[in-house]
Design a protein around this ligand. Structure first.
Ligand code: FUB
Length: 352
């Protein structure tokens, strides 16, 4: 959809508000992780994890477009005692994984007119020269529960506008689950034949095809819930192998989410459970994987809750995104990931 003059105005306001937020938080931070470049945009220098230290971010979702990696994130703003307060989504870009540019917020949950709020996890994908942004939000009372919307933009940095005027997936479309936040955390992946798939879920993991217009489900919704699945599925492919990475929990032995994964030789399955990829994130019940190959190196983005901004320390609803190298064994299995302070500010460990 084309950008309207009204969108342009909103975007300027968003830019101003981001610039103001950056200046205020810079003043509050002891060690600034944002420095002014020669251009109009501030530049964030990667000094290890967490990546961005002036603002709370969560649910990272990378997208590579040409020579740039865009990282979409949620924006945590929870006060003490509040689980989540997430109103809009952010995007940052890098060409080298060493410096990052923050852009204006791409969209608010309430830009989906049918949504009440709750800008939960998202993922963007490019198709036919446009950028589609799939995101979980709270639906209004016409379709109670969390739902998934799709927005579109001509640019990876937005602004994005609702592509349907209604939810793509509502809680009522997956009647098996009895809780209201079953339909969250979309992941989108375009296969070699051009078909784009969407997977999502909490407690149950679902998968479906998208029509070529990217705004409608094509065919049945299938359940593919892997062992210990909680939420945050992420689909990717390397060679001939498909990977489904997700936040997992064994309630008998764990008190916070770990990351696990499964592999398959077809998105139709069957999926083979490959076990754990990470332990839990520091100080955070949730963990949320986002995976991309960028300039010949694989990365896994996660979050933890170790960041303090001003007088606000990390918490369940004040998280911060991190990144680690993702490495493969010769048989295609993934090497276990340890969340480190250095992240990718140091060279990767030697490959197997
Ligand atoms: O950020 C809100 C929710 O927490 C996400 O949708 C889940 O994946 C978890 O990270």
């Amino acid at each position: 959809m084309a950008q309207t003059p009204d969108d342009g105005g909103k975007r300027v306001k968003r830019s101003l508000s981001l610039a103001l937020t950056c200046s205020v938080t810079l003043a509050l931070c002891g060690t600034p992780s944002v420095v002014r470049s020669a251009g109009p945009e501030p530049v964030i220098v990667n000094r290890g994890n967490p990546l961005f230290r002036y603002i709370f971010t969560a649910d990272p979702a990378p997208l590579v477009v040409g020579d740039t990696l865009y990282l979409y994130t949620g924006h945590d703003q929870a006060a003490d005692g509040v689980m989540f307060d997430m109103r809009d989504w952010l995007v940052f870009s890098t060409k080298d994984m060493k410096t990052w540019t923050p852009h204006a917020p791409i969209m608010s949950a309430k830009d989906f007119k049918w949504a009440k709020g709750d800008a939960w996890a998202s993922q963007a994908i490019e198709k036919n020269g446009k950028f589609y942004f799939y995101a979980a939000v709270a639906h209004d009372d016409s379709h109670p529960g969390m739902a998934i919307g799709v927005a579109v933009s001509d640019s990876p940095t937005g602004p994005f506008t609702d592509a349907r005027g209604s939810a793509l997936i509502t809680n009522q479309m997956t009647p098996e689950g009895t809780h209201s936040w079953e339909d969250i955390d979309p992941t989108v992946f375009t296969d070699d034949d051009g078909t784009t798939w969407i997977a999502w879920g909490n407690r149950n993991c679902y998968i479906a095809k998208l029509k070529a217009n990217m705004t409608e489900i094509d065919g049945p919704i299938r359940k593919i819930t892997p062992p210990d699945f909680v939420e945050g599925p992420w689909l990717h492919k390397r060679g001939n192998l498909y990977y489904l990475t997700y936040a997992s929990l064994d309630p008998q032995t764990q008190s916070a989410e770990h990351t696990s994964y499964a592999t398959a030789t077809s998105l139709d399955g069957p999926w083979t459970h490959r076990g754990e990829l990470t332990k839990s994130a520091k100080n955070s019940f949730t963990i949320h994987p986002g995976i991309a190959e960028f300039k010949g190196q694989w990365y896994i983005f996660l979050h933890n809750a170790t960041l303090t901004v001003g007088n606000q320390s990390g918490a369940a609803g004040r998280r911060a995104v991190t990144v680690e190298y993702l490495q493969y064994n010769p048989d295609g299995t993934l090497r276990p990931i340890i969340q480190t302070d250095a992240g990718v500010s140091v060279p990767p460990p030697p490959a197997n």
